[in-house]
Design a protein around this ligand. Structure first.
Ligand SMILES: Nc1ncnc2c1ncn2[C@@H]1O[C@H](COP(=O)(O)OP(=O)(O)OP(=O)(O)O)[C@@H](O)[C@H]1O
Ligand SMILES: [Mg+2]
Length: 465
């Protein structure tokens, strides 16, 4: 799948991961060790929690596989300590069949995954492979964030896509001059951010930046907003007011949504730009203007010109330099960077969320983002507010991403008995929600009591996966 290829493109495989096996039974220890060595991991073993803690103190460890009934303090307590001291270590818990409550307790304490004993070699191998891959992605996300911090910023513009590189070059160039700039792009692609970076990376950065949204005001208001008015110019004008053209001084006037400016005002704006002076509403006096003008729109102005909705002469006047912002779907390679930026932006010291699951990232990459960066930013902000674990999960994303039709279900053609499928789904949901049964039930689309009943059935010894 293409989006996945793109994640990998910026995510080359890095070093060897190390695994610690903690079990008092030599047979299990050896089996785990063999599987892990075959998976390319570096392995250490411990027969007691004391030995395990000594190894954890001495060596870097990425993954711990621990039995629950291991002397001295037991697997759950070991898990608790690992979570408190080194939360980045992934922990797989080995559970006995029928001890589902302990498994849930382990998930609640932050176990990354669990394996029911006796287990198949392939099952452990698959889990280790998946974990190693997600640790790798997590490490790369951290590297990306570091890169972000050290990269020279363009007023907060993020992205390394070649079209964005071209945008940065243009910004740097036009920032040094005062000729008009027209910024085009779909809604949410960053037009205002670009306008601000032009202003704030140029010599006028200490002068005002005055934005005016031409779509949100009624025509008479836009006129008085732009040009100002004198006392008594209209009912309610009890004193004179300076317009934004004048208030911007030697700074920048940002005419946002210029495509929505009514035609008669377009004529007045054109005159102001040509003559470099304005006449406040109700006044005969002309005032000189020095502000630079940057305009932006998500409309197709050339089409509007053809249908008479936009004046061609004004277009020529504004369109001295044009900056066209690509929609997010055309630069999906930038998505991981943006996602990480927003995770950082919305992180809350009370509930630190510092990364995103591979699965969730894949959904984000598969989606087309019609609302562009604004929509992505909102989705991450919302997910951060809902998320419960340290890693954003698919279940935290907006529902239109969770059930993205372009996302195929894994192994749909594998024929599996229904009760086993059901059990797998329940366990996946509990993992995804860190053991929160209510949230798991919601994810599965069943009631909480139904989930409880099914968990009880499994405990009473129905056949397991
Ligand atoms: N390249 C980027 N890097 C980081 N954040 C971005 C980038 N582009 C846009 N954003 C963020 O996305 C949101 C939308 O950006 P902005 O308001 O500039 O878009 P817009 O094109 O003006 O949208 P609209 O047409 O809806 O007004 C903002 O919160 C902005 O900070
Ligand atoms: Mg805007």
């Amino acid at each position: 799948m293409e989006p996945e290829a793109k994640i990998k493109a910026i995510a080359p495989r890095s070093g060897v991961f190390s695994l610690l096996v903690v079990d008092d039974e030599a047979a299990t220890r050896n089996l785990c060790r063999d599987v892990a060595v075959e998976a390319g991991l570096q392995v250490r073993v411990a027969a007691t929690t004391e030995e395990a803690i000594a190894i954890l103190d001495q060596y870097p460890v990425d993954i711990v596989v621990t039995d629950l009934k291991v002397p001295q303090i037991g697997g759950l307590e070991l898990l608790k300590r690992i979570r408190a001291n080194t939360p980045e270590i992934a922990v797989i818990v080995l559970t006995q069949f029928g001890t589902i409550e302990t498994a849930i307790e382990a998930t609640r304490l932050g176990a990354t995954d669990f394996v029911t004993k006796p287990f198949h070699v392939q099952e452990l191998r698959a889990k280790l492979d998946r974990l190693a891959h997600s640790i790798e992605i997590d490490q790369e996300n951290r590297v990306l964030r570091e890169e972000l911090r050290s990269r020279p910023g363009f007023g907060g513009l993020v992205g390394v896509n070649s079209r964005m590189q071209h945008v940065y070059k243009l910004i740097q160039k036009v920032a040094q001059h005062t000729y008009p700039v027209l910024i085009l792009g779909e809604s949410g692609t960053g037009k205002e951010l670009v306008a601000r970076s032009i202003h704030f990376s140029g010599p006028r950065k200490n002068k005002p930046f005055a934005p005016v949204d031409c779509s949100s005001l009624v025509p008479t208001l836009i006129e008085s907003e732009l040009f100002g008015y004198v006392k008594g110019a209209f009912t309610g004008a009890q004193h004179s007011k300076q317009g934004l053209f004048e208030a911007a001084g030697e700074g920048t006037l940002f005419l946002d949504e210029i495509g929505d400016l009514p035609v008669d005002l377009q004529a007045k704006l054109l005159r102001a730009l040509q003559e470099r002076e304005i006449k406040p509403v109700g006044s005969n006096e002309r005032i000189g203007i020095r502000a630079r003008v940057i305009a932006a729109t998500n409309r197709d102005l050339e089409a509007a010109i053809r249908t008479g909705g936009f004046r061609q002469d004004l277009y020529f006047r504004l369109n001295v330099v044009q900056i066209k912002l690509p929609p997010l779907r055309d630069r999906k390679g930038d998505i991981p960077l943006l996602v990480n930026t927003f995770i950082e932006k919305f992180s809350d010291p009370e509930r630190p969320i510092n990364s995103i699951s591979e699965d969730a990232m894949r959904r984000i990459m598969a989606y087309d983002w019609p609302g562009n960066i604004r929509e992505l930013e909102n989705a991450i902000e919302r997910a951060m507010a809902l998320g419960s674990g340290p890693i954003l999960q698919v279940g935290d994303l907006p529902s239109n991403l969770q059930y993205n039709s372009s996302e195929k279900l894994a192994n749909v053609d594998e024929l599996v008995p229904l009760d086993i499928l059901e059990r797998r789904a329940i366990f996946r949901a509990l993992q995804e929600t860190s053991g929160d049964k209510l949230a798991a039930a919601r994810l599965l689309g069943i009631g909480k009591t139904t989930l409880y009943r099914k968990l009880k059935q499994y405990e009473s010894g129905r056949p397991h996966v």
